[in-house]
Design a protein around this ligand. Structure first.
Ligand code: GLC
Length: 577
């Protein structure tokens, strides 16, 4: 990536992306589920925030087992969300405001109700049989009995990754829910069908794709067609990582996709991959533009640092590890490649409840976290409601949870019998994906202005004080702070291109770094604690400085070489040499 602020830099190096999770954004017809016409009503809000791109989570036809990440028709809209004409209207309204639109592309798997799968399932002789991963029972085992699955893999949503299908006496692979069978990318006809669908969306006017679990598409299949067991790390099943993550042909497939779909339009589109398990080395391979694959990927490394043995096992965050991990990605992608920067999405808990303080210091910690993330080098992603400092759901009962992953986790944890119900509830309160999926808090009217009906999931009762309406009118709000950070990326070449240097790597509470370009240096400081923290930052503050952005109303406490940060204080200084 060129570090010169010049004409050759791709447009998305100064962009900020906003993720809309349509189901929870804005309902327009009173059925309790957000929809496309609802989003249309809020285009002005997105323009005021100043984002450049909207990423729409899936709105395709779907049985909604996994809230749309189980697609049964890639080229139609689920009636729950509206129609193709509604989407055209929304895209036109966003484009008119200069906001691009990227679609979620879920092609590691389809829904089990997709006609491709229905056909594949119908007979071993079906021409589409090989479009999915069908395998017989393990040698010498009775099909359909415990342990007879073709491999020992556990699904990412608990339980086995194979489902026995009595009709033909074989199993199909599903890395996620049993309603989400994995497509067989080894088959060229599958790939061509996907590419044709992608071209259709480009022709309709979309500006790119967010590619769901895209580094799982190539399975490590042996010459005889078999897949290998994985080590049992915890729980009842083997780990599927070795056989499925960053498989042998993933880069080849992505390069082929580029040739087949984007020839001639590649510079105009944004391609961001969701890549669980990707290391910084993988991130470089995916995002080095010369390789013709993706523009950037979402790493999971830093959002796994407060998790223990499994996704639901919480451990305290060690800030030093966070700095080491993000710093490694900054360094690893400094010369080529590019980072996607995020705290939240529809799969992660709310950041202010996770790494911040969603009580007394909610505003300070939400804005501090935003400052630190947005000042890194890369493209920041804002998840709906993050710009308001929305908090976790704080549900106290099992039946408040709607998410398939959470429900299956509860079933499996109870089956294992090692945790009490209270402990299981505590793990959901920390990590359930529903934390991010409670409805957007628009105003203090009933159900936060999200719907006039009954919301599909409970609105967080704190909407009476945390809502967009109140924040739009308050210059000191989290919303306006995000707006300023977004504007800064658009206007300041140091934020966009500056070289990243981590400072104080061993400090347990202060996150500090510089961004430098030419003669200009920005110093970024964030206090990850509710206590005052002092730090020596050497000569970096000598001379004249200008406050670029700051999350306390009164001036920062800096003296040459030293700074005192108040609880959750964040500060960006420009050094004027
Ligand atoms: C991705 C999505 C998640 C979904 C899963 C299966 O991780 O972000 O929501 O459940 O893929 O499609």
């Amino acid at each position: 990536m060129s570090s010169e602020p010049g004409v050759t830099a791709p447009w998305w190096t100064s962009a900020v992306v906003y993720q809309v999770y349509p189901r929870s954004f804005q309902d327009s017809n009173g059925d309790g589920v957000g929809d496309l016409r609802g989003i249309l009503r809020r285009v002005g809000y997105l323009a005021e925030l100043g984002v450049d791109v909207v990423w729409l989570s899936p709105v395709y036809r779907s049985p909604q087992d996994d809230n749309g990440y189980d697609v049964s028709d890639y080229q139609d809209i689920d009636p729950l969300f509206g129609t193709l004409e509604d989407l055209d209207l929304l895209m036109a309204a966003l484009h008119e405001r200069g906001i691009k639109v990227i679609m979620d592309l879920v092609v590691n798997h389809t829904s089990s109700e997709h006609p491709w799968f229905t056909e594949s399932r119908s007979s071993k002789l079906s021409p589409k049989r090989d479009w999915y991963w069908w395998r017989p029972a393990r040698d010498g085992m009775e099909p359909g009995t415990p342990g007879a699955e073709p491999t020992n893999w556990g699904s990412l949503f608990s339980g086995p990754a194979w489902e026995y299908d009595e009709a033909t006496g074989e199993y199909y692979l599903h890395l996620f829910g049993r309603g989400q069978p994995d497509l067989n990318w080894e088959n060229p006809a599958v790939r061509q069908a996907i590419y044709a669908m992608m071209r259709w969306w480009l022709d309709r006017g979309v500006d790119g794709f967010r590619m769901d679990v895209i580094n799982l598409i190539s399975k490590d299949v042996r010459a005889d067609g078999s897949l290998a067991d994985g080590p049992v790390i915890s729980g009842l099943y083997g780990d599927l990582a070795q056989g499925t993550i960053n498989g042998p042909r993933v880069h080849e497939f992505l390069r082929e996709m580029n040739r087949e779909v984007f020839a001639g339009s590649r510079d105009a589109v944004l391609l961001v991959g969701e890549t669980p398990g990707a290391t910084v080395e993988d991130g470089l391979l995916f995002s080095d533009r010369r390789r013709g694959e993706l523009d950037m990927v979402f790493t999971f490394e830093y959002v796994s640092l407060d998790r223990g043995l499994d996704k639901f096992d919480r451990k305290p965050l060690d800030l030093r590890e966070l700095k080491a991990t993000l710093g490694r990605w900054q360094a690893g992608l400094a010369k080529a490649g590019w980072n996607a920067l995020y705290w939240e999405n529809h799969d992660q808990p709310r950041i202010v409840s996770r790494f911040g303080d969603d009580g007394a210091y909610r505003v300070e910690s939400a804005t501090m976290l935003a400052t630190v993330l947005h000042l890194h080098r890369g493209t920041p992603y804002v998840y709906q409601g993050e710009e308001l400092g929305m908090t976790n759901a704080h549900f106290t009962a099992f039946d408040s949870y709607r998410d398939i992953e959470s429900q299956r986790h509860v079933a499996q944890a109870r089956e294992l019998g090692q945790l009490s119900d209270d402990q299981i509830l505590a793990s959901l309160a920390a990590f359930s994906r529903d934390n991010a999926r409670t409805p957007m808090q628009w105003d203090d009217s009933p159900d936060a202005g999200f719907t006039t009906g009954t919301p599909w999931i409970t609105v967080n009762p704190n909407y009476t004080s945390i809502n967009a309406d109140a924040q739009l009118g308050d210059p000191g709000s989290v919303f306006h702070y995000y707006r300023r950070l977004i504007a800064l990326r658009h206007t300041d070449p140091v934020v966009r291109f500056g070289e990243f240097t981590m400072l104080l790597p061993e400090h347990p509470h202060i996150y500090a770094f510089t961004r430098s370009l030419g003669e200009t240096r920005l110093l970024v400081l964030g206090n990850f604690s509710g206590d005052e923290q002092k730090a020596g930052i050497g000569r970096r503050l000598d001379g004249e400085t200008e406050v670029v952005i700051h999350n306390y109303p009164d001036p920062p406490l800096v003296a040459a070489g030293n700074v005192t940060l108040r609880p959750w204080e964040a500060l960006v200084l420009r050094q004027l040499d």
